[in-house]
Design a protein around this ligand. Structure first.
Ligand code: MLT
Length: 389
């Protein structure tokens, strides 16, 4: 037996596991302190009423002989794929059902998709970004090239035409910075990818936070994108499914063999998302469901505004929070990311995510999430004001 030595090339533990470990140690030593968690982007609002009703109904169906269901289609039930098709239509994107694959979340599929690609592909990943893109490639022994995202390009790198990539990761609205590509910038990426026969793996997990018409929700709003892009989305942040698990991946027919390969991969390695969860997900896309989830999204946006206003009053540089639930700030007093993490935990019992955990360009930055409760966010901001105002 030989181990996959590529794992030796990874950081010792996954970013959010390291954060959790540190917080657990602190909490054990300081049981009387109230810790406020604005670290991992985990939602706190409960699932909305329409979703819960749909799930209850599905539970009852599973308990009756006539309506019980066993294995479902690996790529998802048609009722949910049709609902997602309708959702894309609102953004003027036409999809056929065979292009829509239901998943248990964007994170799994972002990793699983690599099954379709040869080891020798050249991969480009923005830095800083969600660590899963680089980590899953490193696990597969693939070399990863990083594109600098920094203040100079407003954390939105554009194609370097002198470099021929095969697999391009983009995340917009971006995790962790909240920076969001506009149509013109995305068109540059699509044209670049098409000109060199590369594939864009587009993570749109935060699209529901996009406001107005200038910023696309889906890469397929850009002409030519169906010839080069696979899109990953999730109901986690959109509808509070972080614990319930449901997402979807779009593999356009125009990508030729890739669509059939993904179907083959899923039918072999995946048994689909539970029927009850898919019925809940379907309810998200109803008129009532959309109204209810918007209330939750607006609740988080209100928190984001509160965080941004507080940082402004403390003269702390930051971006994000507009088309995104994340606020990306420069650590005060030139602290390093993990130094600031410790400082905030020790002095204000606030947990955030160190920017350095998202890549080398994240050093000196820090991420706060607006997914906490309003009351906790308010209390955290009062504590920050006491330290920095
Ligand atoms: C984050 O905090 O970056 C996300 O919650 C992680 C994830 O979605 O897996």
């Amino acid at each position: 037996m030989k181990l996959n030595d590529n794992y030796d090339n990874l950081e010792q533990s996954y970013l959010f596991s390291t954060v959790n470990k540190k917080v657990k140690e602190y909490a054990e030593k300081n049981p009387d302190k109230k810790i406020i968690r604005l670290g991992i982007g985990d939602v706190t609002r409960p699932l909305c009423k329409t979703v819960i009703e749909a799930m209850h109904k599905a539970v009852d169906e599973m308990g009756a002989q006539e309506t019980f269901r066993g294995y479902g289609p690996e790529q998802g039930y048609d009722f949910l794929r049709t609902a997602i098709q309708g959702y894309y239509k609102k953004h003027n994107v036409d999809l056929c059902l065979d292009e829509i694959f239901i998943s248990d979340g964007a994170k799994s599929d972002l990793g699983n998709i690599l099954d379709l690609f040869d080891k020798d592909n050249k991969v480009i990943v923005p830095d800083p970004v969600y660590p899963v893109y680089a980590d899953t490639n490193i696990m597969a022994g693939r070399e990863v090239h990083f594109m600098n995202a920094n203040g100079e390009n407003e954390f939105l790198p554009l194609p370097d035409k002198s470099f021929k990539a095969d697999i391009i990761y983009l995340c917009s609205p971006n995790n962790p910075t909240g920076a969001t590509y506009n149509r013109k910038q995305l068109k540059e990426w699509v044209d670049y990818a098409n000109s060199i026969n590369a594939v864009i793996l587009f993570d749109s997990a935060y699209e529901c936070f996009v406001e107005g018409v200038e910023i696309p929700h889906s890469i397929y709003e850009i002409e030519g994108a169906k010839n080069c892009a696979i899109e990953f989305c999730s109901l986690s942040k959109m509808a509070g499914f972080t614990g319930t698990r449901c997402g979807y991946t779009i593999v356009p027919i125009e990508l030729g063999k890739l669509n059939k390969m993904w179907l083959r991969r899923q039918t072999t390695k995946f048994n689909g998302v539970p029927y009850i969860v898919q019925r809940g997900a379907e309810a998200v896309f109803t008129e009532e469901g959309q109204k209810e989830i918007l209330e939750n999204i607006n609740y988080y946006k209100n928190n984001a505004q509160l965080i941004s206003d507080t940082l402004k009053s403390c003269n702390i540089w930051h971006i994000g929070g507009k088309h995104s639930p994340y606020i990306w700030l420069k650590c005060p007093n030139n602290m390093k990311s993990w130094e600031f993490f410790d400082y905030l935990l020790e002095n204000a019992q606030i947990v955030g995510t160190p920017g350095a955990g998202f890549g080398k360009n994240g050093e000196g930055y820090f991420r706060l999430t607006s997914f906490g409760s309003y009351e906790n966010t308010l209390e955290a901001m009062d504590r920050i004001k006491k330290l920095f105002a």
